[in-house]
Ligand binder design. Structure first.
Ligand code: GLU
Length: 493
């Protein structure tokens, strides 16, 4: 009997998402329950958006939660490398194989031509798709053009009629019409594979037997299935896990709920409670108990208990569950966990240089620097009254800064300052005019230690959360304003 092997394959392009942790947890439980292995693969073929920092954050976030993998870029294993950017040589060979077998073809179409085709199809109310222009180029001619260095991609052929039957472990057979599938690009002009090719090749070479992935990938399943068929490989069992949702049932998004695992860490949730809550997403224990450990979940895990109704990720419920966990900890462990959370030497050393000159006794620390140990800070709305800016401008300035900070990749004082400066310039004022808004938003007080340093120390999750709360306190941003103000962002540099 083959050993069960599951994996997660996150792309390191942003904050470590709770959805990644959720899918990881279910893959881990499935593998452990069958005595199999769980693999972590980094899908970083998008060179522009992938970063090593984001990759490290994924490791840190999963480990914090208690999720461990048997093979991965950082722990090695017999099927490495586990980072797709280090497997470039492998994909080319498989892409060539598909072209040689006539299942894929080089495509030389320019972006202008593709745009024109798309525009025409849209005008005719057709679904935009590649029109097959390069499909019939003579292979010898195509090889010559490639040898001459002409830019090209490789596209896969797809059937134009009939349906693809996707065997899903949760839904049974899902039928998806082939005419919804485009001739997917498999290799980009930069010679790197797209998700589709790299994912199939790696799952095969890494011996993955079961793929539990998010339901958002179901519509593209036919392309993957076709690729397995073209290669003549056995397809892993597929399982499309229900998407996490906001309490209003919309897809979990950071506009409505913090989605980064690190946010929950900084807020002071216990990793076991967080993992327990993720285990409650679409799944329940046979006896329906709410509080359970990872070991208990593995012991009782059964994929057939996954329900397809979209699981709601509700921060209030998570907090309730966290409270249960905290109350049942032995008091020594409770104290130790607080120390680990924020009373650790590393965190205190970041804060110390900013408070040392400002206190005469340690007992002045709590009023001065208490906000380093808080989640939200509840400032008084009066603190946002401004001499020069109208209430609407105040809200706008805070919202623009928040959006800019949401897109900021390198979180440090210089970059934060540059953003506030840029928004100030855009609004026709100075950095020092906006700082009186940032102080209460971040520290809850009219003044405190250097707030720009504080933002660097607090990190992106808590800083953004507090700015968002400040905007909410001042009345929030309407849909209309969101639309109008978002357009302004491009002009702020
Ligand atoms: N790289 C994909 C992601 O970011 C992997 C999806 C899959 O599991 O196939 O989620």
């Amino acid at each position: 009997m083959t050993t069960v092997r599951t994996r997660i394959a996150p792309s390191p392009t942003g904050d470590p998402h709770v959805g990644t942790a959720y899918i990881a947890l279910f893959n881990l439980c499935f593998a452990r329950q069958h005595g199999g292995q769980f693999i972590l693969r980094i899908e970083d073929t998008d060179q522009l958006r992938s970063t090593r920092e984001s990759e490290q954050q994924i490791y840190d976030a999963l480990r914090w939660l208690g999720i461990e993998w048997d093979e991965g870029p950082d722990v090695g294993g017999p099927h490495g490398p586990y980072r797709q950017s280090e497997r470039g040589h492998i994909y080319k060979q498989y892409s060539d194989e598909l072209v040689a077998k006539g299942h894929a073809f080089p495509c030389f179409c320019s972006a202008e031509r593709l745009d024109a085709v798309r525009a025409e199809q849209m005008a005719n109310k057709e679904t935009p798709r590649y029109d097959g222009h390069c499909m019939h180029i003579d292979p010898a001619e195509a090889q010559q053009r490639i040898a001459a260095g002409e830019a090209h991609v490789v596209r896969m052929k797809v059937p134009t009629e009939g349906v693809c039957v996707v065997p899903d472990m949760l839904r049974g057979e899902v039928e998806i019409p082939w005419d919804r599938m485009d001739m997917q690009v498999l290799m980009k002009t930069d010679g790197l594979p797209t998700y589709f090719l790299a994912n199939v090749v790696d799952d095969h070479l890494m011996g993955i037997t079961h793929v539990l992935r998010g339901e958002e990938w179901l519509p593209s399943a036919p392309k993957l299935i076709k690729l397995y068929e073209y290669f003549g490989w056995e397809q892993p069992q597929l399982c499309y896990m229900p998407l996490l949702r906001n309490p209003d049932k919309s897809k979990l998004s950071k506009r409505k709920n913090p989605t980064s695992v690190t946010f929950y860490q900084r807020m002071g949730y216990l990793p076991e409670a967080m993992l327990n809550y993720l285990g409650r997403m679409g799944w329940s224990m046979p006896d329906e108990r709410e509080k359970f450990s990872l070991a208990e979940m593995v012991e009782h895990f059964d994929l057939s208990r996954v329900s397809l109704g979209g699981p709601i990720f509700d921060v209030d419920k998570l907090s309730w569950l966290n409270g249960q966990w905290l109350r049942e900890l032995p008091v020594e462990r409770f104290a130790a966990e607080i120390q680990k959370w924020a009373l650790n030497p590393q965190y205190l050393m970041q804060i110390a240089p900013h408070v040392q000159n400002r206190v005469e006794t340690f007992s002045q620390l709590a009023p001065l620097a208490g906000f380093f140990f808080m989640g939200g800070v509840s400032p008084d709305a009066k603190l946002f009254e401004h001499k020069k800016l109208s209430p609407e401008q105040v809200r706008q300035a805070l919202q623009l800064i928040l959006w800019k900070l949401e897109a900021l990749r390198q979180w440090n004082k210089d970059n934060i300052t540059a953003i506030i400066n840029a928004v100030a310039a855009f609004m026709g004022c100075k950095l020092r005019d906006l700082m009186p808004l940032i102080f209460p938003a971040i520290s809850g007080q009219a003044s405190s230690v250097s707030v720009l340093d504080a933002m660097e120390i607090l990190g992106p999750d808590l800083s953004r959360f507090r700015l968002r709360q400040a905007v909410e306190l001042l009345g929030g941003v309407s849909k209309k304003e969101t639309k109008e103000w978002e357009k302004l962002l491009a002009a702020i540099e």
